[in-house]
Design a protein. Structure first.
Length: 477
């Protein structure tokens, strides 16, 4: 959810450019520019008061139930600030983006950061407020770690904990967004400095080359932003690399992702080798048994092997573009007055974002189910020396136990719904339904195949008008 909020905040910052409209008014009012920050302050103070009350409730009851309510409220206030930001950008009386640029100028990247700053600040402030509740949960896990003999890490201070959240959640998307925006704005300045046609084909090529370069280099940058180091030689490293070789997934690493024991997670960053890195957190390596570590690894390998990231991007791009085209087509067919064209453009932008957001969540959750099924199938093969043709009871039990361990060690209720991943309980249920099914004929694999086919068809249909327009432009005398 954090990554989506950051993306939408910067989309709001560039919305006027996307729509090709300017709404700056000549009679500014003092409350227009201050409304995003007034909303931010009021909502954050209310949330901060709630977290203090929740902390007292945890101390009285000895249960962590108020933490779940705090997380729900935190998501609500963050989304509310984003909605206020959109309203302040789109409402002519506010014109938040226009006022920022008229005050400080259209500075490369800086104006976008200032426009999106209410959402970014709310993320940081709500983490600051909820940290005492997270610390109580961490202290509870420390006692369990003492009983089990697990490795203990020095607890983080409040500023350190907040910075950890920013590094691992915000910078994941903020770094590539800022790099792409900075590159695009720098390229747009070239015609001012040199006698260059801004519509020339190689200007577009420079834009695309910069975006491709960012996609390649972002995993490398995150490797250092997230503090990683090579996993030393040994049986564990050999096991991890053997699994990657089995499915012909080439990675740099494995790298130990140092989180001071605060995060149980694994990730493969990057689409193409040699800019593709396998990261395993320190706590994951310390606390999970080898068979459960194998499940986590197979799950991450599945995302690469099945090209989930690429197909998610294709599906979202196709639906966003297709939605905008449908709105434009409806405008033409209904023959609406030209005075409504700005409103139609706005409606197209909002509908495209809403549909793209919905499709992103829908596909992401199914790709998670597909990766879980892939892990269960992998474990069935491993535990039977490759002879298994169906999902075995041992594979199901180990996959379900791994999901439970990840939830428990991260202090996450199994019933909590995640927009991208669904709930752990639902994923466990779906894994248990795989028992006895053929490894080569899993229902989720067929569903994912249909998703990819529909995404590809939508992509082709959404690009046809663009291709036709370019063809007509070239062949019209």
């Amino acid at each position: 959810m954090v990554q989506v909020l950051v993306i939408l905040a910067f989309f709001a910052a560039r919305m006027q450019d996307v729509l090709g409209t300017t709404t700056h008014t000549a009679t500014p009012s003092w409350w227009g520019p201050s409304l995003p920050f007034l909303t931010l302050l009021i909502m954050w103070l209310a949330f901060h008061a709630f977290t203090r009350h929740a902390g007292a409730a945890i101390d009285r009851s000895g249960t962590l139930a108020p933490l779940g309510r705090a997380h729900a409220l935190m998501a609500t206030v963050r989304i509310s600030v984003l909605l206020v930001l959109f309203a302040c950008v789109l409402w002519p009386a506010m014109d938040w983006a226009g006022r920022v640029r008229s005050t400080m100028g259209d500075v490369v990247l800086l104006d976008e950061v200032v426009i999106a700053s209410p959402v970014l600040l709310m993320l940081v402030l709500t983490w600051w407020s909820i940290e005492p509740l997270e610390r109580r949960m961490h202290e509870a896990t420390i006692f369990r770690s003492l009983a089990s003999g697990a490795t203990l890490h020095q607890p983080e201070s409040r500023p350190q904990w907040v910075w950890t959240q920013v590094r691992h959640q915000v910078l994941l998307v903020l770094v590539p967004i800022c790099l792409v925006l900075a590159w695009s704005e720098a390229i747009d300045l070239l015609p001012r400095w040199f006698a260059i046609d801004p519509a020339s084909w190689w200007m577009e090529l420079l834009h695309l080359a910069g975006i491709a370069l960012v996609l390649f280099l972002t995993p490398l940058l995150l490797r250092f932003i997230w503090s990683t180091q090579q996993l030393g030689d040994g049986a564990l490293r050999d096991q991890i690399l053997a699994t990657c070789r089995t499915y012909r997934v080439r990675v740099v690493g494995p790298l130990v992702w140092r989180t001071r024991g605060s995060l149980i997670n694994a990730a493969i960053l990057g689409v193409f080798f040699p800019f593709r890195y396998l990261l395993l957190t320190d706590a994951l390596l310390e606390r999970l048994p080898r068979d459960q570590l194998e499940v986590v690894l197979a799950h991450e390998v599945a995302h690469v092997r099945r090209r989930h990231m690429i197909w998610t991007a294709v599906a979202v791009f196709a639906t966003v573009t297709g939605t905008a085209l449908l709105v434009a087509l409806a405008y033409q067919l209904l023959r609406l007055p030209t005075v409504l064209e700005p409103a139609v453009s706005l409606a197209a932008a909002i509908a495209s974002v809403a549909v793209g957001f919905t499709v992103f969540g829908f596909i992401s959750r199914r790709f998670e189910w597909d990766a879980d099924a892939f892990a269960a199938a992998h474990l069935a093969r491993v535990t039977s020396d490759g002879s298994a043709t169906v999902i075995t009871d041992a594979a199901v039990a180990s996959t379900v136990a791994t999901l439970q361990s990840v939830a428990d060690l991260n202090g996450m209720p199994t019933g909590r719904f995640s927009f991208r991943h669904g709930s752990i309980a639902d994923r466990q249920k779906r894994v248990m339904q795989l028992l006895g099914l053929s490894i080569d004929r899993l229902p989720i694999a067929r569903q994912v195949a249909w998703i990819k086919l529909v995404a590809l068809a939508l992509l082709v249909l959404s690009l046809l008008p663009l291709i036709a327009g370019l063809w007509l432009e070239r062949n019209t005398p």
